[in-house]
Write a protein that binds this ligand. Structure first.
Ligand code: UDP
Ligand code: MG
Length: 316
């Protein structure tokens, strides 16, 4: 059995409307490039015709493998599931199913791999998305870079080409709340960013709801930064310092002028402010505790219902 040099990994969630466009473009790529390719499509518990289309294709075309998850686990876990089953000898190319990441970039990214890079990630030069989404993304990545204890490059997503040894390391990382682009940076080796223009989604709607995006952002922050904890400590120290100064001030007023400062409103304000700060601090610590809580359960990250490999169905 000839193993492919590259696996193209595509997680799909309710993508029936782009499916044919996607697989046509992938097939064209397979036919036109000298690199031998096998695609691994991952169905993340789609409720539309995606799994049916995937099965149909994988049963008649052995260049396409299919992995079906038992339910919707989310993009990061779907990708992690696919990565477990790579069979390429050289590299894995990770793209979105909605063709926002042009598959045709494979050869360019692969050439860097051939020159000794283990991770070639694509950097978004321009985003053809709404102004609000763009600003939110850009600010988030800059904020994360500031506070993170690893160097996560700006404006990159999961769209990348990684060597099989990097994939093996990712597979060995058991963390439950996954932020793959951060984990990919953590692995190390030689990494390089290549600029590209991110296109619009070809069809259908974004499957990342605002809630999911915030979840992903939180995973980035709380899995790769201890800054929130330091922030609480510093805030606490600052408050103590402030209260000492304020105490000295009131003592001074009392001794020199014989009165104490009045101010019911100010008192109320301070109580409410510190009530808020304490709740926020608890919440920030809670985010870390939550992650410990889910991690110690030690559950499998996802469940695979079925796989189709080289036109053969295998039980998950
Ligand atoms: N996706 C997935 N599971 C989910 C949500 C999304 O596998 O729960 C897939 C989706 O089908 C697509 C990719 O992840 O191939 C990126 O999602 P999307 O394009 O909706 O995100 P956006 O580009 O808007 O950030
Ligand atoms: Mg998209």
């Amino acid at each position: 059995m000839n193993l492919p040099q590259v696996n193209i990994m595509v997680p799909l969630y309710n993508e029936e409307s782009v499916f044919h466009q996607l697989t046509d473009r992938l097939q064209k790529l397979i036919d036109s490039t000298p690199i031998s390719i096998e695609v691994i499509l991952i169905d993340d518990g789609s409720k539309d015709a995606t799994p049916v289309l995937m099965k149909e294709l994988a049963m008649k075309n052995d260049k396409f493998q299919a992995v079906f998850l038992s339910r919707n686990f989310g993009h990061q876990l779907a990708l992690s599931a696919g990565l477990k089953y790579f069979n390429a000898t050289e590299a894995i190319f990770i793209i979105d199913g909605d063709l926002q990441d042009p598959p045709e970039l494979l050869e360019e990214l692969y050439s860097y791999y051939k020159n000794g890079y283990d991770v070639v990630y694509a950097v978004r030069k321009k985003r053809k998305e709404s102004f609000i989404k763009r600003t939110m993304y850009a600010n988030f990545y800059r904020f994360l870079k500031k506070i993170s204890y690893i160097d996560i490059p700006l404006d990159t997503g999961d769209f990348s080409l990684i060597s099989t040894r990097v994939a093996k390391h990712l597979n060995k990382m058991p963390e439950e709340s996954r932020f793959l682009r951060g984990m990919r940076s953590w692995v190390g080796y030689k990494q390089i960013g290549i600029e590209y223009e991110r296109s619009e989604r070809m069809s259908g709607e974004s499957k990342y709801t605002l809630k999911r995006l915030i979840e992903l952002a939180f995973n980035g922050i709380f899995n790769f930064s201890v800054y929130p904890i330091k922030f609480i400590t510093n805030l606490g120290l600052l408050t103590i310092l402030f209260s000492v100064i304020y105490f000295a001030y009131t003592a001074f007023i009392k001794i020199v002028y014989g009165g104490t400062p009045q101010g019911f409103t100010a008192l109320l304000f301070v109580i409410i402010l510190f009530g808020g700060i304490q709740l926020l601090s608890l919440g920030l610590i809670g985010e870390y505790v939550l992650r410990i809580f889910f991690q110690v359960k030690n559950r499998p990250l996802f469940i695979v219902r079925e796989r189709i490999v080289h036109k053969e169905s295998i039980d998950g």
